[in-house]
Every structure is written in C-alpha cells, then in structure tokens.
Design a protein around this ligand. Structure first.
Ligand code: ATP
Ligand code: MG
Length: 414
C-alpha cells in the first residue's frame, strides 16, 4: 500500500532534555486531537522527528486537514511533505531526480542538495550523499547547480529510512500547548490582544478568552468580530472558550459616577473624574476577569497592552489595572513595536479581521482627555464610589460561553 508521509521537525523541545518525553507526548496529543475526526492517520515519534502517515488513496481529503493542523501546531520548527525511499544512493538519486523534475515543472532552473546523515552506519557522509545524489539531475541537464541562491533546495535525510523533500515549511516553534499552564486572555476586537494570546500559546499555554460587550453601544458586528478572532486563534491553542460578558450596565454606572463624583476636600486633584473612565472600565474588567479566573482555575491573566501605545497604557495606568488582579498579569506585547505586532498578526491570520471597522468601545464612553498618570489611590476612590461589585457579579452570571477548536474546524472544513 502506498503511503503519504509528512516529516515534522521538533523545535525548542530538543533543548529541554529532562522534560523532552513529556513535551513530545503533548505535541503528539495536540496533533492527534486536531485530526481526531479523520480516520487512517498515523502519528509516530522517532529521534527528534515526528512522522504523519496515511494511505495515499485518501490524499485528497487528508492532505488539507494535515497541512492545516501542522500550520497551526505550536512546538515544531518546521514540516515537509516527503518522499520515502530505499536507503541506498541509487534510490536516493532516483528520488532526487523525480523531485527535480517536479521543481522544473514549477519553473525552477537551479538547485542544490542539503543532505543529513543521522544514521552513521550509512556508508556515505553528508557531503558525498549530496554530491552523488545531485549527479544524475545535473548530468542530464535537468537543473543547474547553484549552492548560493538556488531556485529549489532538495533535502535528503538518511535516518531509519531515507527522506527526500523540497518544500520545508517553517513552524511556529515554541513549546507544545499544555506544557505551561493556563491563562485567561482579555480578548477585544483590536490587533493586539489576539497576538498577545498567540504569543502565550506559543509558550505552551492553554488559553481561555473573555470579552466584555456593551450592547447596543458596541454592535453585534463588534461581538461577531471577537468571536471570529477567538475562532482564528483557537487552533493554535488546540481549543478555547470565549466568555462574553454583557457589560452595558457596568459601563452606565461608570458614566454616572464620572458625572456625579466630587473629590473629597484635601485631595489635591484638578483632574476631572471623567478622565478616569477608561481606566475604571479596565478595573471593572479586571475584577470580572478575576472572578472567571478563579472559577476556571487559570494561572494568569493576559492582555494586549503595549507600553505607551494609547493613553491608558502608561506605566502608572497599567499599575492601576494591575492593582485589581490577584493573578499575575502577563502583557506579552508590552515592549513590542506596533509594526512588529502587525507583522505577527498577519502571520497568524488575524489582521484582516482585526482591522474591520466595528469598534469594541464606544466614543460615548471615551473621555476627551484621559488621565495619563493615574494615581492608584484616586482610581480606587472612584472605583469604590461606584459600588459595582454586585453589578459585575450579575454581568458575570449572565455570560455566554462559546467554544472554538482546531478539531471542529478540521471536522467541518476538510
Ligand atoms: P487591542 O488591539 O487588543 O484591542 P488596544 O490597543 O485597542 O488593544 P485598549 O483598548 O487600551 O488597547 O485595550 C487594552 C487591552 O485591554 C486589550 O489588549 C485587551 O486585552 C483588553 N481589552 C480592552 N477592551 C476589551 C474588551 N471589550 N473585552 C476584553 N478585553 C478588552
Ligand atoms: Mg482595543
């Protein structure tokens, strides 16, 4: 029976000698989970490589599912669809020749071979494998050799079997999901928070997401956009739940307190309470996120904040938000430039959705002159005056929970 084989290179995993078995197991589990709706796929691990095999008669349906899953799998440095051939130089040369023919059909004029020999019993060294395997392609003038800037690189790996492949797709690297605890991501409709979530996923973290929705001040389209973003990042983390919290009443209470509040005598403060409104909203979000964090047992809370990006993201203001959290607050983008965030967002496929025009916050609630250097004591004074614990609890109880997973995506689309 003919089989199709994908060869997967593990990433940073190979550096973690003491935990490697556990990490490898997680990686296999994650890929299996993503592909569990598909029958006949075999996943095996051997000496720093993972192999995905299935009968070639099922190629049409299984190739897109496998490639989608590998493109979303965290913890691998790369993958390739590979030919498997006999472990002798004639067979290798023949397979290289076939690959070169395909490359030529796709427009290649020059090639080089990169050979690796993990099986030290094999009689030829890497350099000689490359030289001899290239000979028939070169001699027959199928392709020219160019070792510096070839149109195509043909890889040869001599292991327990021999693998020959051209397209080497770069993986997401990092650690397999499930090896670094669980985090709660504050997911809004912007560019930053999906990238922040992805960054933590790529460090091996499981992610749940929470979104605060203030209907009708924020539209149904804005909510749909966040759902789409959750669906787009879920496959990297294998799965995620999105908790949608109806936050309109809390927003109204903030607006009201900002209108009616007067600073007590002796507080030397010429800042309008309204300047604190965005920050008060962040404080309420953090309070609510802490309730959920406790219930779903996460280890940290994650936001997409980046230092200085907007008025609410100064050191002082971030300290206020942080003061509301009993959980460690991770901000994976805090030192990242916006252009770099955009590059990652395009890479992971969230950018086009993030830039849709539906806003996740309403101008009605945005202060004209937001406070830049908030004082924790003043922010707490306003927050306490709101007396909003019950309101937040009620919003939490009314939340809607949606589930997104790689498994569902693969099952529905391939
Ligand atoms: P983003 O691009 O992620 O929307 P932003 O640059 O617009 O971020 P802010 O609006 O100040 O920045 O939000 C800072 C962070 O607070 C967001 O990255 C997100 O983690 C969280 N956040 C903001 N609004 C919401 C919301 N409605 N629901 C959940 N989290 C939110
Ligand atoms: Mg935003």
């Amino acid at each position: 029976m003919k089989t199709v084989t994908y060869l997967v290179k593990l990433g940073e995993l190979t550096l973690k000698a003491s935990n490697i078995k556990l990490f490898e197991k997680r990686l296999v589990q994650n890929l299996k989970k993503s592909l569990s709706s598909k029958k006949g796929i075999q996943i095996t691990l051997r000496a720093g490589r993972m192999y995905v095999d299935y009968p070639s008669e099922n190629d049409k349906t299984l190739a897109p599912a496998v490639e989608y899953s590998l493109n979303h799998l965290v913890g691998i440095s790369g993958w390739a669809r590979t030919e498997v051939c006999e472990k002798n130089i004639q067979s290798i040369s023949q397979t290289v020749f076939e690959q070169a023919k395909i490359a030529k059909e796709h427009g290649a004029k020059t090639f080089k071979i990169e050979a690796r020999r993990s099986d030290k019993q094999f009689p030829l060294q890497s350099y000689d494998i490359a030289r001899q395997a290239a000979a028939s392609t070169y001699d027959s003038k199928l392709l020219d050799v160019d070792v510096h800037n070839p149109d195509v690189t043909i890889h040869v790996e001599v292991r327990e079997k021999c693998f020959v492949y051209c397209d080497n797709i770069t993986g997401h690297r990092g650690l397999p999901v499930g090896s670094s605890g669980k985090g709660l991501l504050l997911l809004s409709g912007g560019i930053d928070s999906p990238v922040a979530g992805y960054k933590m996923i790529a460090r091996g973290m499981r992610i749940e997401s929470i979104y605060f929705h203030a209907y009708p001040y924020t539209s149904d389209e804005a909510k749909k956009k966040v759902e789409d973003l959750a669906a787009l990042i879920a496959p990297y983390g294998v799965e995620t739940h999105l908790h949608v919290i109806p936050f309109t009443k809390v927003q109204m209470r903030i607006k009201e307190i900002c209108r009616t509040f007067r600073w007590p005598d002796g507080v030397n403060n010429n800042i309008q309470p309204e300047a604190y409104s965005t920050l008060l909203l962040r404080m309420c979000m953090m309070e609510c996120a802490n309730i959920l964090a406790k219930q779903i047992k996460v280890d940290c809370i994650i936001t997409g904040e980046s230092l200085g990006q907007v008025a609410s993201q100064t050191c002082e203001n971030m300290a206020v938000t942080e003061s509301m959290s009993k959980y460690p607050l991770f901000r994976p983008l805090v030192g990242t430039d916006k252009e770099d965030i955009i590059t990652t967002s395009k890479k992971i496929g969230t950018y086009e959705t993030s830039i849709l025009p539906y806003e996740d916050c309403c101008v009605l609630f945005s202060p004209k002159h937001p406070v830049l250097r908030a004082r924790i004591s003043d922010a707490k004074m306003l927050y306490d005056a709101m007396d909003c614990e019950q309101l937040i609890k009620e919003a939490f109880d009314e939340r809607e929970i949606l589930k997104f997973s790689a498994h569902d995506y693969v099952a529905e689309n391939f």
